[in-house]
Design a protein around this ligand. Structure first.
Ligand code: NDP
Ligand code: GDR
Length: 321
């Protein structure tokens, strides 16, 4: 039975990846950090099938012990401070988690078992102020937030440990991917949640920031498959994972409100406090390398994604009521 260790197993991607690997017959281990209250909602129904271990990206010794105890064949590093606005308020902490945390894990691999295959969750935020469109593995990085800068570090240290020590280390440059398990502060989920609450009379307005930002949005369930495919390949490499189409925040809101027969213009208000010191205005990825070498392609369209997120929130808010 192959063994996988997932850091960030309580997050959106960790929860999808854990189910994907369980279905593939893996023994799944998850790293969780200590908290005064448990935060296992996204893995509640598979909790009994995952072995959880306490450790923290800030604590090198805890990572060494984690690898000794879980003895993974594959390590997926999903853990990070992943919210871009927070990275402007907490740039140092973001650097510790999202950048140096990657080196701590790679050092733990080098010390405990250099044969462990490593997946790093890199991000389209590294392209930031884009140099070309669409963005591929050769496109230069120009990050626009402390988060993006930290991810650039995480990307290059992954490449460096592959080249320096021969570790099977891959960096997946994933474009935005969403789901009903997306955190509610991210714009897609903020919108789908608001649509459901407005529909059920629990909220009146929705404050948003930059409505003209464009993103290449895909479905998280499709994207975790690409992570696994990278670690099954015959050599380690870096891959862009994206749908190849982009839409604006406005278009997302338009379709989401239309799902319940409403016009977003009657509910959405601009809140200047939600504008970022520097924003990423447009992103669109070219995943042809992943398609060619891994056989990966997305299965969920933008329209299906919006609908499934709104429908899930409608169901949840109705159940709460
Ligand atoms: P989430 O924010 O949903 O999850 C982040 C996870 O990291 C949580 O489980 C969190 O634990 C954990 N974590 C944070 N800090 C620490 C720490 N110091 N020690 C241990 N665990 C920690 O992110 P996503 O699931 O959306 O994303 C997964 C990864 O992919 C992240 O690295 C993100 O930056 C990256 N990424 C995401 C994209 C997306 O569109 N979703 C696109 C490209 C990259 P807790 O529950 O305790 O807070
Ligand atoms: P992003 O996602 O920054 O791309 O990072 P987010 O959903 O936060 O923002 C996308 C775009 O929407 C605009 N926007 C708003 N964003 C939020 N959060 N809230 C609002 O009210 C709002 N109004 C407009 C933003 O300005 C931005 O342009 C996500 C994270 O998952 C990262 O961890 C990951 O690396 C990248 O996606 C790829």
């Amino acid at each position: 039975m192959p063994r996988a260790l997932i850091t960030g197993v309580t997050g959106q991607d960790g929860a999808y990846l854990a189910r994907f690997l369980l279905d593939k017959g893996y023994q799944v281990h998850g790293m969780v950090r200590r908290s005064s209250t448990e935060n296992f909602e996204r893995i509640a129904d598979v909790r009994d099938r995952i072995q959880l271990h306490q450790a923290d990206l800030l604590d090198q010794l805890s990572l060494l012990r984690l690898l000794e105890r879980s003895e993974p064949d594959e390590l997926y590093n999903m853990a990070a401070q992943s919210f871009v606005p927070t990275s402007f308020d907490q740039p140092l902490l973001t650097g510790e988690f999202t950048a140096l945390g990657v080196t701590r894990l790679l050092e733990a691999i080098r010390t405990v078992d250099p044969k462990i295959r490593f997946y790093q969750a890199s991000s389209s935020e590294m392209f930031g102020s884009v140099r070309e469109e669409p963005q591929n593995e050769q496109t230069p990085f120009w990050p626009r937030s402390p988060y993006g800068v930290a991810k650039v570090y995480g990307h290059w240290i992954t490449v460096n440990y592959r080249e320096s020590y021969g570790i099977f280390a891959c960096s997946g440059i994933l474009f935005n991917h969403e789901s009903p398990w997306r955190g509610k502060e991210f714009v897609t989920r903020k919108i789908s949640d608001a649509v459901a609450r407005i529909h059920h009379g629990k909220q009146r307005k929705l404050q948003l920031g930059n409505l003209d930002a464009h993103r290449d949005w895909g479905f998280a369930g499709d994207f975790v498959r690409a992570m696994w495919q990278m670690l099954q390949h015959d050599h380690p490499d870096d891959y862009v994972v994206a749908t190849g189409t982009k839409h604006s925040v406005r278009e997302f809101a338009d379709r989401a409100f239309a799902r319940v027969g409403l016009d977003y213009r009657e509910f959405v208000e601009l809140d200047a406090a939600l504008l970022r010191p520097a924003d990423v205005h447009t992103l669109r990825g070219d995943a042809s390398k992943a398609r060619r070498e891994l056989g990966w392609q997305p299965e969920t369209s933008f329209e299906q994604l919006v609908d499934l997120m709104v429908d899930a929130d409608l169901q949840r808010v109705a159940a709460e009521a």
